[in-house]
Design a protein around this ligand. Structure first.
Ligand code: PAF
Length: 282
């Protein structure tokens, strides 16, 4: 793959890259379509990365559907599918990891302490192998996007990043490979996630400035309308992922909630312009 990538670059072809763990859904397809429109060569990787699963998480149960994914990729005119084995990516005596400090430890990182180290490591390796001009990521994984953008900046990976909007089902549920674990009842209840985010957005647009009240409002709405078990709800600065005393600027409202075996994440980003308080002249 790396030799092929070097050849393509020498020929002056632009390369777009969509990394995935397979089980492709409409969200992935929207990344592939955009990548197809913008590049000479589209590369898709399918690799269920063991390093981003916590020991208690069920790596073996993660959906693997390579043959179906390959058909979908062909339909989207993907040029190259990179589908390495675990042993090719992590041969014996594998010892090197990428850690993005601080922003890997909050939100999902609190509950999945080694997850972003695994994500950063595999994406760092994939970027070195595939050598793309542009990397395409989905906004649904907001923290993953922030961690990878930080890694790319800090470690000088020569790649542009494009983050595309979350693709949703008609009733608002964010598309995810994990939705297939939902029971029929949980599938209905899970629609409360996006509804609660939209309700929070409306309250902010109506003037609510207190992040804690927004977080509590979302928590209450989820608890009153579903059996979901909340890992976290947070309302923070969308660029730095730092907490806010007061809602202003580019704000990320993010949540993670369990429905049975499925841990669903979702988020929205909004820009809140408030007039800064002016100093009164004496
Ligand atoms: O978002 C995913 O599917 C994965 O975290 C990624 C970026 C492909 C790395 O394994």
């Amino acid at each position: 793959m790396q030799q092929l990538a070097i050849k393509l670059k020498k020929k002056g072809r632009t390369v777009g890259f969509v990394p995935t763990m397979g089980a492709l859904h409409t969200g992935h397809i929207s990344l592939l379509k955009k990548c197809r429109r913008e590049n000479d060569i589209v590369i898709l990787s399918i690799f269920v990365n063991p390093k981003q699963f916590e020991p208690q998480e069920d790596l073996a149960a993660y959906p693997r559907r390579a043959s179906q994914d390959i058909l979908l990729a062909k339909k989207e005119n993907v040029d190259i599918i990179f589908h390495p084995s675990v042993n090719q990516m992590y041969p014996s005596r594998y010892l090197s990891y990428i850690e993005v400090e601080k922003i890997s430890d909050i939100l999902c990182g609190k509950f999945r302490p080694t997850h972003f180290r695994g994500v950063a490591t595999v994406v760092g390796k994939l970027l070195n192998i595939v050598q793309p001009d542009t990397l395409y990521l989905g906004q649904k994984d907001a923290q993953q996007c922030a961690v990878l953008q930080q890694m790319i900046r800090d470690l000088n990976f020569p790649v542009k990043v494009k983050i595309l909007p979350t693709v949703r089902e008609k009733d608002g549920l964010a598309m995810s490979s994990r939705n297939q674990y939902l029971t029929a009842q949980a599938r209905v209840e899970a629609t409360v996630l996006y509804k609660s985010l939209l309700h929070a957005r409306d309250r902010i647009l109506e003037g609510e400035q207190n992040p804690l009240r927004i977080v509590n409002g979302i928590r209450t709405m989820i608890m009153e309308n579903s059996s979901g078990k909340i890992d976290y709800v947070d309302c923070i600065n969308a660029e730095t992922l730092e907490s806010l005393n007061n809602i202003h600027g580019k704000v990320l409202i993010a949540l993670a909630v369990w429905f049975g075996k499925a841990r669903l994440i979702d988020n929205i980003v909004l820009t809140v312009k408030r007039r800064l308080p002016t100093l009164n002249k004496a």
